[in-house]
Design a binder for this molecule. Structure first.
Ligand SMILES: [Zn+2]
Length: 345
Protein backbone atom coordinates (compact mmCIF):
# COMPACT_ATOMS: atom_id res chain seq x y z
CA UNK A 1 0.00 0.00 0.00
CA UNK A 2 1.50 3.35 -0.93
CA UNK A 3 1.98 6.02 1.68
CA UNK A 4 -0.61 8.47 0.30
CA UNK A 5 -3.42 5.91 0.37
CA UNK A 6 -2.34 4.69 3.80
CA UNK A 7 -2.39 8.23 5.19
CA UNK A 8 -5.92 8.72 3.91
CA UNK A 9 -7.12 5.43 5.37
CA UNK A 10 -5.51 6.30 8.69
CA UNK A 11 -7.19 9.71 8.60
CA UNK A 12 -10.62 8.10 8.14
CA UNK A 13 -9.97 5.55 10.87
CA UNK A 14 -10.01 2.55 8.50
CA UNK A 15 -6.50 1.39 9.35
CA UNK A 16 -4.12 2.18 12.16
CA UNK A 17 -0.41 2.03 12.89
CA UNK A 18 0.59 1.73 9.24
CA UNK A 19 4.12 0.42 8.90
CA UNK A 20 6.08 2.29 6.25
CA UNK A 21 9.09 0.11 5.48
CA UNK A 22 10.33 2.21 2.52
CA UNK A 23 13.56 3.92 3.41
CA UNK A 24 14.89 0.99 5.44
CA UNK A 25 17.86 -1.06 4.23
CA UNK A 26 17.33 -2.69 0.82
CA UNK A 27 17.56 -6.18 2.27
CA UNK A 28 14.79 -5.45 4.79
CA UNK A 29 12.64 -3.63 2.24
CA UNK A 30 12.78 -6.73 0.02
CA UNK A 31 11.55 -8.95 2.84
CA UNK A 32 8.51 -6.80 3.56
CA UNK A 33 7.85 -6.36 -0.13
CA UNK A 34 7.86 -10.14 -0.63
CA UNK A 35 5.08 -10.61 1.92
CA UNK A 36 3.13 -7.56 0.82
CA UNK A 37 3.10 -8.67 -2.81
CA UNK A 38 2.02 -12.22 -1.90
CA UNK A 39 -0.89 -11.04 0.24
CA UNK A 40 -1.95 -8.31 -2.20
CA UNK A 41 -2.01 -10.76 -5.09
CA UNK A 42 -4.04 -13.32 -3.14
CA UNK A 43 -6.45 -10.61 -1.96
CA UNK A 44 -6.90 -9.16 -5.47
CA UNK A 45 -7.69 -12.63 -6.90
CA UNK A 46 -10.24 -13.43 -4.21
CA UNK A 47 -11.81 -9.96 -4.41
CA UNK A 48 -12.61 -10.62 -8.08
CA UNK A 49 -13.81 -14.15 -7.40
CA UNK A 50 -16.16 -13.04 -4.59
CA UNK A 51 -17.04 -9.65 -6.12
CA UNK A 52 -15.76 -7.63 -3.19
CA UNK A 53 -14.92 -3.95 -3.42
CA UNK A 54 -12.50 -1.77 -1.45
CA UNK A 55 -10.15 -4.55 -0.39
CA UNK A 56 -6.84 -3.42 1.06
CA UNK A 57 -3.90 -5.17 2.62
CA UNK A 58 -1.37 -3.45 4.86
CA UNK A 59 1.39 -4.15 7.37
CA UNK A 60 0.89 -2.70 10.84
CA UNK A 61 3.66 -1.54 13.09
CA UNK A 62 3.74 -4.16 15.88
CA UNK A 63 6.73 -6.19 16.99
CA UNK A 64 4.78 -9.38 17.73
CA UNK A 65 3.47 -11.88 15.20
CA UNK A 66 -0.19 -11.50 14.32
CA UNK A 67 -2.65 -11.34 11.42
CA UNK A 68 -6.05 -9.71 11.37
CA UNK A 69 -9.14 -8.93 9.32
CA UNK A 70 -11.31 -5.85 9.63
CA UNK A 71 -14.51 -4.66 8.07
CA UNK A 72 -15.12 -1.00 8.61
CA UNK A 73 -17.25 1.59 6.81
CA UNK A 74 -17.52 -0.76 3.82
CA UNK A 75 -13.77 -1.33 3.57
CA UNK A 76 -12.35 -4.85 3.70
CA UNK A 77 -8.98 -4.87 5.36
CA UNK A 78 -6.51 -7.70 5.87
CA UNK A 79 -3.28 -7.06 7.69
CA UNK A 80 -0.22 -8.63 9.21
CA UNK A 81 2.10 -7.11 11.76
CA UNK A 82 5.68 -6.16 10.94
CA UNK A 83 6.60 -8.80 13.55
CA UNK A 84 4.82 -11.43 11.44
CA UNK A 85 7.26 -10.91 8.57
CA UNK A 86 10.32 -11.21 10.79
CA UNK A 87 8.89 -14.19 12.66
CA UNK A 88 7.83 -16.14 9.57
CA UNK A 89 11.23 -15.71 7.91
CA UNK A 90 12.83 -16.97 11.11
CA UNK A 91 10.39 -19.90 11.59
CA UNK A 92 10.74 -21.15 8.04
CA UNK A 93 14.47 -20.74 7.85
CA UNK A 94 16.01 -23.65 5.98
CA UNK A 95 18.26 -24.56 8.89
CA UNK A 96 15.25 -26.17 10.61
CA UNK A 97 14.33 -28.29 7.61
CA UNK A 98 17.46 -30.11 6.63
CA UNK A 99 18.00 -33.43 8.35
CA UNK A 100 15.41 -32.90 11.07
CA UNK A 101 12.31 -33.88 9.18
CA UNK A 102 14.00 -37.04 8.04
CA UNK A 103 14.01 -38.23 11.62
CA UNK A 104 10.28 -37.63 11.96
CA UNK A 105 9.51 -39.54 8.81
CA UNK A 106 11.88 -42.39 9.41
CA UNK A 107 9.13 -44.76 10.56
CA UNK A 108 7.68 -44.85 7.10
CA UNK A 109 10.29 -45.82 4.58
CA UNK A 110 8.12 -44.87 1.58
CA UNK A 111 7.66 -41.36 2.89
CA UNK A 112 11.32 -41.15 3.78
CA UNK A 113 12.27 -41.95 0.18
CA UNK A 114 9.62 -39.51 -1.05
CA UNK A 115 11.12 -36.80 1.13
CA UNK A 116 14.56 -37.46 -0.34
CA UNK A 117 13.04 -37.26 -3.85
CA UNK A 118 11.35 -33.98 -2.96
CA UNK A 119 14.61 -32.49 -1.66
CA UNK A 120 16.45 -33.47 -4.82
CA UNK A 121 13.90 -31.87 -7.15
CA UNK A 122 15.47 -29.05 -9.14
CA UNK A 123 14.37 -25.58 -7.94
CA UNK A 124 12.19 -27.04 -5.17
CA UNK A 125 12.96 -25.41 -1.84
CA UNK A 126 11.37 -27.02 1.25
CA UNK A 127 11.55 -23.96 3.48
CA UNK A 128 10.10 -21.74 0.75
CA UNK A 129 7.31 -24.29 0.21
CA UNK A 130 6.53 -24.38 3.95
CA UNK A 131 6.54 -20.58 4.15
CA UNK A 132 4.13 -20.31 1.23
CA UNK A 133 1.78 -22.94 2.68
CA UNK A 134 1.77 -20.87 5.86
CA UNK A 135 1.04 -17.66 3.94
CA UNK A 136 -1.81 -19.39 2.09
CA UNK A 137 -3.25 -20.51 5.41
CA UNK A 138 -2.94 -17.14 7.12
CA UNK A 139 -4.40 -15.32 4.14
CA UNK A 140 -7.19 -17.88 3.63
CA UNK A 141 -8.16 -17.69 7.28
CA UNK A 142 -8.34 -13.88 7.32
CA UNK A 143 -10.14 -13.79 3.99
CA UNK A 144 -12.80 -16.13 5.31
CA UNK A 145 -13.32 -13.67 8.19
CA UNK A 146 -13.89 -10.97 5.56
CA UNK A 147 -16.54 -13.17 3.92
CA UNK A 148 -18.14 -13.83 7.31
CA UNK A 149 -18.27 -10.08 8.02
CA UNK A 150 -19.83 -9.44 4.61
CA UNK A 151 -22.43 -12.19 5.06
CA UNK A 152 -23.52 -10.92 8.43
CA UNK A 153 -26.85 -9.22 8.64
CA UNK A 154 -25.71 -6.80 11.30
CA UNK A 155 -23.69 -3.91 9.94
CA UNK A 156 -21.16 -3.16 12.61
CA UNK A 157 -17.40 -2.79 12.49
CA UNK A 158 -15.86 -6.22 12.73
CA UNK A 159 -12.37 -7.08 13.82
CA UNK A 160 -10.70 -10.47 14.29
CA UNK A 161 -7.09 -11.19 15.14
CA UNK A 162 -5.31 -14.44 15.75
CA UNK A 163 -3.35 -14.37 18.99
CA UNK A 164 -4.49 -15.84 22.27
CA UNK A 165 -7.09 -13.57 23.83
CA UNK A 166 -8.65 -14.02 27.24
CA UNK A 167 -11.84 -12.21 26.20
CA UNK A 168 -15.12 -13.88 27.13
CA UNK A 169 -16.34 -16.99 25.37
CA UNK A 170 -18.76 -16.55 22.50
CA UNK A 171 -19.81 -19.63 20.51
CA UNK A 172 -20.25 -17.62 17.31
CA UNK A 173 -16.63 -16.46 17.52
CA UNK A 174 -15.47 -20.05 18.05
CA UNK A 175 -17.61 -21.23 15.13
CA UNK A 176 -16.22 -18.49 12.88
CA UNK A 177 -12.66 -19.55 13.75
CA UNK A 178 -13.60 -23.17 13.08
CA UNK A 179 -15.03 -22.18 9.69
CA UNK A 180 -12.09 -19.89 8.78
CA UNK A 181 -9.63 -22.69 9.61
CA UNK A 182 -11.47 -25.09 7.31
CA UNK A 183 -11.57 -22.62 4.43
CA UNK A 184 -7.86 -21.90 4.89
CA UNK A 185 -6.85 -25.55 5.11
CA UNK A 186 -8.58 -26.12 1.75
CA UNK A 187 -6.63 -23.18 0.29
CA UNK A 188 -3.41 -24.89 1.40
CA UNK A 189 -4.51 -28.14 -0.27
CA UNK A 190 -5.13 -26.22 -3.51
CA UNK A 191 -1.69 -24.64 -3.23
CA UNK A 192 0.01 -28.01 -2.64
CA UNK A 193 -1.77 -29.37 -5.71
CA UNK A 194 -0.67 -26.36 -7.76
CA UNK A 195 2.97 -26.99 -6.77
CA UNK A 196 2.57 -30.70 -7.53
CA UNK A 197 1.47 -29.76 -11.05
CA UNK A 198 4.14 -27.11 -11.49
CA UNK A 199 6.88 -29.57 -10.57
CA UNK A 200 5.20 -32.42 -12.49
CA UNK A 201 5.13 -34.69 -9.44
CA UNK A 202 3.62 -38.02 -10.46
CA UNK A 203 4.67 -40.15 -7.51
CA UNK A 204 1.85 -40.48 -4.95
CA UNK A 205 4.24 -40.80 -2.01
CA UNK A 206 5.95 -37.54 -2.94
CA UNK A 207 2.56 -35.85 -3.21
CA UNK A 208 1.60 -37.23 0.22
CA UNK A 209 4.86 -35.99 1.67
CA UNK A 210 4.12 -32.51 0.29
CA UNK A 211 0.73 -32.60 2.00
CA UNK A 212 2.25 -33.64 5.34
CA UNK A 213 4.71 -30.77 5.09
CA UNK A 214 1.97 -28.31 4.13
CA UNK A 215 -0.16 -29.36 7.10
CA UNK A 216 2.84 -29.22 9.44
CA UNK A 217 3.46 -25.65 8.37
CA UNK A 218 -0.13 -24.82 9.45
CA UNK A 219 0.33 -26.53 12.82
CA UNK A 220 3.63 -24.70 13.37
CA UNK A 221 2.09 -21.35 12.37
CA UNK A 222 -0.94 -21.88 14.64
CA UNK A 223 1.27 -22.60 17.63
CA UNK A 224 3.44 -19.54 17.04
CA UNK A 225 0.39 -17.30 16.76
CA UNK A 226 -1.40 -18.73 19.70
CA UNK A 227 1.43 -18.65 22.15
CA UNK A 228 2.88 -15.36 20.90
CA UNK A 229 6.30 -17.04 20.86
CA UNK A 230 8.90 -14.28 20.85
CA UNK A 231 12.15 -16.19 20.54
CA UNK A 232 13.70 -19.54 21.24
CA UNK A 233 14.65 -18.82 24.85
CA UNK A 234 11.72 -16.97 26.45
CA UNK A 235 9.35 -19.21 28.43
CA UNK A 236 6.01 -20.12 26.85
CA UNK A 237 2.86 -20.06 28.89
CA UNK A 238 0.93 -23.29 28.52
CA UNK A 239 -2.80 -22.80 28.05
CA UNK A 240 -4.64 -25.64 29.77
CA UNK A 241 -7.18 -27.48 27.67
CA UNK A 242 -10.64 -25.93 27.46
CA UNK A 243 -13.63 -25.95 25.19
CA UNK A 244 -16.13 -23.16 25.96
CA UNK A 245 -13.75 -20.47 27.13
CA UNK A 246 -11.87 -17.46 25.76
CA UNK A 247 -12.14 -15.86 22.32
CA UNK A 248 -10.64 -18.64 20.17
CA UNK A 249 -10.91 -22.42 20.42
CA UNK A 250 -7.97 -24.16 22.09
CA UNK A 251 -5.12 -24.94 19.64
CA UNK A 252 -5.57 -28.72 19.94
CA UNK A 253 -9.24 -28.35 18.98
CA UNK A 254 -8.22 -26.33 15.93
CA UNK A 255 -5.32 -28.55 14.93
CA UNK A 256 -7.55 -31.62 14.87
CA UNK A 257 -10.25 -29.79 12.91
CA UNK A 258 -7.69 -28.61 10.33
CA UNK A 259 -6.04 -32.01 9.84
CA UNK A 260 -9.37 -33.86 9.64
CA UNK A 261 -10.91 -31.41 7.20
CA UNK A 262 -7.80 -31.45 5.01
CA UNK A 263 -7.84 -35.26 5.09
CA UNK A 264 -11.56 -35.43 4.14
CA UNK A 265 -10.93 -33.17 1.16
CA UNK A 266 -7.95 -35.21 -0.01
CA UNK A 267 -10.04 -38.38 0.29
CA UNK A 268 -12.86 -36.85 -1.78
CA UNK A 269 -10.63 -35.21 -4.40
CA UNK A 270 -8.06 -37.99 -4.90
CA UNK A 271 -10.00 -41.22 -4.61
CA UNK A 272 -7.15 -43.43 -5.85
CA UNK A 273 -4.73 -42.24 -3.18
CA UNK A 274 -4.22 -44.79 -0.41
CA UNK A 275 -4.45 -42.73 2.78
CA UNK A 276 -5.68 -43.00 6.33
CA UNK A 277 -6.29 -40.40 8.99
CA UNK A 278 -3.85 -42.02 11.42
CA UNK A 279 -1.03 -41.71 8.88
CA UNK A 280 -1.84 -38.04 8.46
CA UNK A 281 -1.91 -37.39 12.19
CA UNK A 282 1.30 -39.35 12.90
CA UNK A 283 3.32 -37.69 10.16
CA UNK A 284 2.04 -34.14 10.61
CA UNK A 285 2.37 -34.14 14.38
CA UNK A 286 5.69 -35.98 14.09
CA UNK A 287 7.15 -33.34 11.77
CA UNK A 288 5.83 -30.54 14.01
CA UNK A 289 7.34 -32.16 17.09
CA UNK A 290 10.78 -32.54 15.53
CA UNK A 291 10.54 -28.95 14.38
CA UNK A 292 9.72 -27.56 17.83
CA UNK A 293 12.28 -29.77 19.56
CA UNK A 294 14.81 -28.08 17.34
CA UNK A 295 13.43 -24.53 17.45
CA UNK A 296 12.62 -24.50 21.15
CA UNK A 297 14.84 -27.17 22.68
CA UNK A 298 13.96 -26.16 26.24
CA UNK A 299 10.22 -26.22 25.76
CA UNK A 300 8.00 -29.27 25.74
CA UNK A 301 5.31 -27.53 23.74
CA UNK A 302 4.56 -30.34 21.29
CA UNK A 303 4.70 -32.96 24.04
CA UNK A 304 2.01 -31.02 25.86
CA UNK A 305 -0.07 -30.66 22.72
CA UNK A 306 0.24 -34.38 21.97
CA UNK A 307 -0.69 -35.20 25.55
CA UNK A 308 -3.77 -32.95 25.36
CA UNK A 309 -4.78 -34.56 22.07
CA UNK A 310 -4.47 -37.97 23.66
CA UNK A 311 -6.21 -37.12 26.93
CA UNK A 312 -9.07 -35.05 25.55
CA UNK A 313 -9.64 -36.69 22.18
CA UNK A 314 -13.30 -37.51 22.83
CA UNK A 315 -14.00 -34.05 24.18
CA UNK A 316 -12.21 -32.43 21.21
CA UNK A 317 -14.21 -34.48 18.71
CA UNK A 318 -17.46 -33.74 20.51
CA UNK A 319 -16.74 -30.04 20.61
CA UNK A 320 -15.77 -29.92 16.93
CA UNK A 321 -19.09 -31.59 16.06
CA UNK A 322 -20.85 -28.94 18.15
CA UNK A 323 -18.98 -26.14 16.37
CA UNK A 324 -19.81 -27.70 13.00
CA UNK A 325 -23.51 -27.87 13.90
CA UNK A 326 -23.45 -24.29 15.09
CA UNK A 327 -21.55 -23.14 12.00
CA UNK A 328 -23.93 -24.67 9.46
CA UNK A 329 -26.87 -23.12 11.29
CA UNK A 330 -25.22 -19.72 11.55
CA UNK A 331 -26.70 -17.47 8.89
CA UNK A 332 -23.41 -15.84 7.84
CA UNK A 333 -21.70 -19.19 7.34
CA UNK A 334 -24.72 -21.01 5.94
CA UNK A 335 -25.21 -18.39 3.21
CA UNK A 336 -21.57 -18.73 2.17
CA UNK A 337 -21.69 -22.52 2.06
CA UNK A 338 -24.81 -22.38 -0.11
CA UNK A 339 -23.14 -19.88 -2.45
CA UNK A 340 -20.13 -22.18 -2.80
CA UNK A 341 -22.37 -25.18 -3.45
CA UNK A 342 -21.08 -27.07 -0.42
CA UNK A 343 -23.40 -29.79 0.82
CA UNK A 344 -23.55 -29.84 4.61
CA UNK A 345 -26.86 -31.42 5.59
ZN1 LIG B 1 -9.47 -15.94 13.09
Amino acid sequence: MDLGLAQNLVKYGIIEEFFDYQGLDDEIVNKYKYFEQKFELLFADKAIQYKLKDCYFYISNKFYCNAFARSKKGYNIIGITSGYVIKMLDIFNEKYFSSLILIALINDVNILNAYADLCSMKYFDISDFMLNCSIQFTFGHEFQHILQFNSSTITIDYYESENFDEADFDIQKHAWEFDADRFASFEVLKYVFEIKRRFKVINDEVFLCMMYLGLSSIVITKIFFYFKIKDSVSPIGKVDFYTKKYLHPHPVVRILNIIEYFFENVKDSFVDLRIDIQGFLNNVLGISKIYFDSYLPKSKIMDEILLDLHMYLDEINKYNVELYDYAVNNKAIRDMLIKRGINFD
